[in-house]
Design a protein around this ligand. Structure first.
Ligand code: ADP
Ligand code: MG
Length: 533
């Protein structure tokens, strides 16, 4: 879906004017990603190579341990048809290991801390953008980071640079906790951690426990706590129903265990908050909006429609791509959720705030005399705002503005384009055009559509080495790591009061350095965790 199509769709789902909505709270689970360039690995410091060289027997043993631990603990996905064809698993019972690195990748501590420290300021920023309908109407939140190595300084400087900010369907929080746990156990490589007998250490030369700094990911707890806070903020049902949380999902989701971990966490920490999974295509079948001034969203249990719940929170893991909106009914369904009193994670406005176009408008360099776009949303002369600025990479419009025409020149030039990635207004991986492919791609697209793209400077992380276990096979070599920092934010849409603003754990995604896309589900990347260096 390009900008024009998305614009049409969202115009249809006209947002009630701020101030007239029945319930004022908005909730967004957000993730930013940065990519860290790393020049030193933990084991270099220890005087050996990292990851350690493995004998065949050691590798087999480690792979077996990881395979069993992953399924035993739910670090798993439903198999792609290329691995287990649908006709070999007609009942849909198969699950396989999520692709994962054998070892945690070295990641610069300074960038890790930078990414975490700036998350709450980003939450404030995107809450403010979400409340600015006028701004969003003019230009029609996960924020992702890569570590950028500036080779022009000596030694090269490392900064976490934002790749994007996702405000809808920020995924892999569930699996990231288990990946960091797996690496902590496997790398301790002590019989104690794995409850093995001392004769069976995993490596001949075990990495000493405690020699690596392996931060735990707390994304499951952090994201669940955000959803629970929204649930508790929603008032008791005046209609006499029990409240519930809806996980809005895609019908054919393969990354279902990632979502289930969040659900299980909510069930154990807030047993009074029932969670139901609802496929996007079933919204109109199982929900209605009460004919009251408050417009409560009512969910009828599919197996017993007499049983009615009032939906307090809708957590969306669907509704971000064109595939979810095949017909008018799908738009009507989204409109129904939007006009209801349920707390939306995200609302349409918050989803729009998370578009790449908004990121570009915030990050396009401007003359020092021109006022900053950031200033429209947060105080831009504070130390916190200064930290935000540091995470920005130059991003340019591709429209017919002065900056856009300048960017078009760069994008069409076979030399200049090598430093850029061209992005459409899409989510979910696999849509970007890189470097030398940009000019020919643009020439294949009608010029009147160019304005829907943004042109972003490439972040250039130095490669790290690691070993990836994917679909039962081993891939070894140079990898690039991308840090995702999660945040949750609950605010009053009408007053702007922020009721809750938390950083909520991390994700490290790693891909081969020859691949240019990082999504694990898209088959390009894999789960990883940080070894801080
Ligand atoms: P999507 O919505 O498809 O996830 P992203 O903006 O996150 O879009 O881009 C997908 C992937 O492309 C990222 O995860 C990252 O690996 C790579 N990428 C995106 N922007 C850049 C950049 N400026 N420099 C280097 N790699 C990038
Ligand atoms: Mg992304």
């Amino acid at each position: 879906m390009d900008v024009a199509q998305r614009g049409t769709g969202f115009q249809h789902t006209t947002q009630p004017k701020a101030g007239t909505e029945p319930l004022w709270y908005r909730f967004a689970a957000q993730k930013r990603t940065s990519e860290a360039s790393v020049v030193m690995s933990a084991a270099v410091a220890a005087g050996s190579s990292y990851p350690p060289h493995l004998t065949d027997a050691e590798q087999d043993n480690l792979v077996l341990t990881i395979k069993d631990w992953s399924i035993g603990n739910g670090l798993a996905i439903r198999p792609p048809p290329a691995v287990i064809p649908a006709n070999a698993d007609p009942a849909g019972i198969a699950a396989i290991n999520a692709p994962v690195t054998l070892f945690p990748s070295p990641f610069p501590r300074i960038c890790f801390e930078q990414g975490k420290a700036v998350q709450r300021t980003y939450n404030d920023l995107y809450a403010a953008v979400s409340r600015d309908e006028e701004f969003l109407a003019q230009i029609v939140k996960e924020s992702d980071y890569m570590v950028h190595q500036d080779a022009s300084t000596s030694p090269p400087s490392l900064t976490a640079k934002q790749v994007e900010f996702n405000t809808i369907a920020s995924s892999f929080g569930g699996l990231s906790c288990f990946t960091s746990r797996l690496h902590r156990l496997a790398l301790n490589l002590t019989s104690e951690a794995l409850k093995l007998t001392p004769e069976y250490p995993l490596l001949d030369k075990a990495i000493p426990a405690g020699s690596l700094d392996l931060p735990e990911s707390t994304a499951v707890q952090g994201l669940a706590a955000g959803i629970e806070a929204a649930f508790n903020t929603y008032p008791p049902s005046e209609l006499g129903h029990s409240k519930c949380i809806i996980f809005l999902v895609q019908g054919d989701e393969r990354n279902v265990f990632d979502q289930r971990h969040l659900e299980y966490q909510i069930a154990s920490s807030s047993p009074g908050a029932p969670v139901f999974r609802l496929a996007f295509s079933d919204i109109l079948t199982h929900t209605t909006v009460a004919d009251t001034p408050k417009r409560q969203l009512l969910y009828r249990l599919p197996r017993n429609p007499e049983k009615v719940f009032e939906v307090a929170v809708i957590y969306m893991r669907a509704g971000y791509g064109p595939g979810d909106y095949p017909n008018q009914q799908a738009w009507d369904a989204r409109y129904q959720l939007e006009r209801s009193a349920a707390i939306k994670c995200p609302s349409v406005l918050t989803q729009l705030a998370g578009t790449k176009k908004v990121q570009q408008v915030l990050a396009t360099p401007r003359p020092s005399t021109a006022p900053s776009m950031l200033g429209r949303f947060i105080k831009d002369d504070t130390p916190a705002a200064g930290e935000l600025w540091k995470t920005f990479t130059n991003i340019y419009p591709m429209d017919t503005s002065e900056a856009g025409l300048e960017a078009r020149k760069k994008a069409l030039d076979p030399e200049a384009c090598q430093a850029y990635v061209l992005k459409p207004q899409r989510e979910g991986g696999g849509n970007n055009i890189y470097r030398g492919a940009i000019p020919a791609f643009l020439k294949s697209v009608p010029e009147e559509h160019w304005g829907s793209f943004i042109l972003m400077e490439l972040i250039t992380p130095p490669p790290v080495s690691n070993i990836i276990l994917r679909n039962g096979t081993i891939e070894q070599g140079g990898v690039i790591c991308e840090l995702g920092v999660y945040g949750t934010c609950l605010w009053n849409q009408s007053s702007g009061e922020v009721l809750r603003n938390e950083e909520a754990g991390y994700l490290l995604r790693t891909k081969g350095d020859k691949s240019e896309e990082g999504g694990v589900a898209a088959g390009y990347g894999c789960m990883d965790s940080c070894s801080l260096v």
